[in-house]
Ligand binder design. Structure first.
Ligand SMILES: Nc1ncnc2c1ncn2[C@@H]1O[C@H](COP(=O)(O)OP(=O)(O)OP(=O)(O)O)[C@@H](O)[C@H]1O
Length: 581
């Protein structure tokens, strides 16, 4: 399993192959520079200490040593920069891939997952891949190259030291494989705990008012405290393994270096070896272990990355339910049809049970029905957010699943019941509908939604900042801002889920007027909660338990005296709002 993820991460790194290759080549060149540096240093010391030459006689060597020092630093710096650039580009492409895939999976997938979990995967999860890509992968390549180069040089000067290196070198990778299994389990646990902690924290922050009102804030704080403590404990367990591993590896490496040194000492005393090769080899031996020790250090990063990547690949491997094609939306005024449309969330019974209807071009169709009748599901099927279990949606005769997703969404303006506003300026929120919109166009859209004066009265006007979810605006103002976005988008198809929230009479009247203006000349589908909208609709579809049970104009349906008439008769407009008229 870990190996599969490793392979997929390496494949992801292939996107930045040039950067990683440069990092490895520079790292290897730095390794060679170290060997040459050791050679020059051994020569200088040997000349000064044993041949007692004057300092001037080794001037060239001293200059070469200085140059090598600078070259080596430059190569190491270059290797670091290349590796981090390559990692940054892989992280960017993975984040794009993840976001693109989340779009393909649709809002129903995102709503089913904990958003904090997805956010943590996209941010911390992909960030955790940086050390793997920038350090572990290049180190893996260097581990095979630099120690072999060092070994070849050592063998040339002293076969006994080479033998010690050949025997002790492989202990480090072997040891790492041995502890790998334990470290992997701990890292998996640590990552799961982090996701749980992020999710709880976000829930608590978002629901702070509810928690306070129900007097549960203290319980939640205690719960977050417990989760944080679990996370601390598992992090400490991971660090313990990492430190113990490092200590054990350092011990093996030091033991080998000491063995080489002691043997040299004995042989120097007995005159079995000259000072120069002994000193040169002794300088090289730590360099033999350096990449291996580096690998051990970054092995922990690998484990962390594998744990994070598992969640990332889980999301990427989820097959989107909704299929899309690449066809353009057929030209002309858009009419939408549903043929035998069945939507089933796997709850036991389908939510929509064979819907056949047409939403003619340029007309206003209202959908009404009791709560849970399936109105939003019908809108979701037309938006392409859910996949039909059978039947489907057609746009100007073309099946929705053959259309290009982006092309279809360009034709649509969708205003949900609880519109989403982002932290930023009013202009930022408006430009979501049209990124190149200039101030006059935005002000015109605000005016049509009845919000221009309110925005102009704010400090900064269009640049006034609003909080996450529209904090700083009233409920009615948030809805009008969402309508302004739809005005600005000026799309041929409008799908609108009217808000059920009780509004004051003046706001209600203003919103009704704005909606009336917005639907004009478009193929408009409104999940209607206001009597005014239903009255003006060209046609009303009455949904009941996933079927269209009645359809016609307001007057015709009232005359019919069926489900619609019962909904209207169930009370005033306000009371009827709760059953979606
Ligand atoms: N993403 C989903 N996953 C599972 N079940 C869902 C999902 N969305 C809706 N449902 C279920 O499908 C049924 C119909 O829901 P839908 O939102 O379409 O009804 P509605 O008529 O729009 O209701 P309301 O007027 O209260 O918004 C409900 O029982 C709901 O629980």
């Amino acid at each position: 399993m870990a190996r599969d993820i490793d392979r997929r991460l390496v494949a992801a790194g292939r996107g930045a192959r040039r950067g990683l290759t440069a990092a490895i080549a520079l790292g290897f060149a730095a390794g060679i520079a170290v060997i040459v540096q050791a050679f020059v240093l051994a020569r200088i010391v040997s000349a000064l200490v044993f041949r007692h030459v004057a300092l001037g006689a080794v001037r060239d060597d001293l200059v070469a040593l200085g140059v090598l020092f600078v070259v080596r630093a430059g190569l190491s710096f270059g290797a670091e920069v290349a590796a981090h650039r390559a990692a940054a580009s892989v992280k960017l492409s993975l984040r794009r891939l993840l976001l693109d895939h989340l779009f393909a999976l649709g809002p129903h997938y995102a709503a089913g997952e904990r958003s904090a979990d997805l956010a943590a995967t996209a941010l911390e999860g992909i960030e955790a891949l940086e050390p793997y890509l920038a350090r572990y992968l290049p180190q893996m390549a260097l581990v095979a190259m630099v120690p072999l180069a060092v070994l070849a040089v050592v063998l040339r000067f002293d076969w006994i030291s080479a033998l010690i290196l050949v025997v002790s070198g492989p202990i480090i990778p072997l040891f790492m494989v041995f502890i790998g299994y334990r470290a992997e389990a701990i890292n998996q646990r640590q990552w799961r705990q982090l996701l749980v902690m992020s999710a709880h924290f976000l829930d608590a922050v978002q629901g702070i008012t509810t928690l306070k009102l129900f007097g549960r804030a203290r319980d939640e704080i205690a719960l977050i405290g417990r989760i944080s403590d679990d996370y601390r404990r598992v992090t400490m367990a991971g660090l313990r393994v990492a430190f113990l591993t490092s200590a054990a590896l350092e011990f093996f490496a030091s033991l080998s270096i000491a063995l080489v040194a002691v043997l040299f000492g004995a042989r120097l005393i007995h005159g079995d070896i000259a000072f120069f090769p002994a000193f040169f080899v002794l300088l090289l031996v730590p360099e033999f272990f350096l990449p291996l020790r580096g690998l051990a250090t970054h092995y922990h990063a690998r484990m962390n990355a594998l744990a994070a990547a598992r969640r990332l690949f889980d999301v990427l491997d989820t097959v989107p339910m909704v299929r899309w094609g690449d066809a353009a939306v057929p030209a002309g005024a858009i009419s939408i049809g549903c043929a035998g449309l069945v939507v089933d969330y796997g709850l036991g019974a389908p939510v929509l049970r064979g819907i056949d209807c047409v939403f003619p071009a340029g007309s206003l169709t209202a959908i009404v029905g009791r709560s849970g009748a399936g109105k939003s599901s019908l809108a979701a099927a037309m938006l392409g957010f859910v996949a039909p279990a059978s039947g489907g949606v057609v746009v100007n005769g073309a099946p929705l699943d053959t259309l290009d997703r982006a092309a279809w969404w360009r034709c649509l303006a969708y205003v949900p019941q609880a519109p989403r506003l982002f932290a930023g300026s009013i202009a930022d929120n408006l430009r979501l509908a049209r990124p190149d919109a200039a101030a006059p166009a935005m002000l015109a859209a605000l005016a049509r939604a009845g919000l221009r004066d309110v925005v102009m009265a704010l400090p900064g006007g269009l640049d006034a900042m609003i909080g996450d979810g529209g904090a700083g605006l009233s409920g009615g103002q948030v809805q009008r801002l969402a309508l302004a976005r739809a005005f600005l988008k000026d799309a041929p198809v409008l799908i609108l889920d009217e808000a059920t929230a009780h509004l004051d009479l003046e706001t209600e009247a203003e919103l009704t007027a704005a909606i009336g203006d917005l639907v004009r000349g478009r193929t408009a589908i409104v999940i209607a909660h206001r009597l005014a909208t239903v009255r003006h609709a060209d046609r009303i579809l009455v949904l009941d338990a996933g079927r269209i049970v009645e359809s016609g104009t307001h007057a015709a349906l009232l005359a019919l005296g069926g489900v619609y008439a019962a909904l209207i008769g169930s009370g005033s407009v306000d009371a009827a709002a709760s059953c979606a008229i």
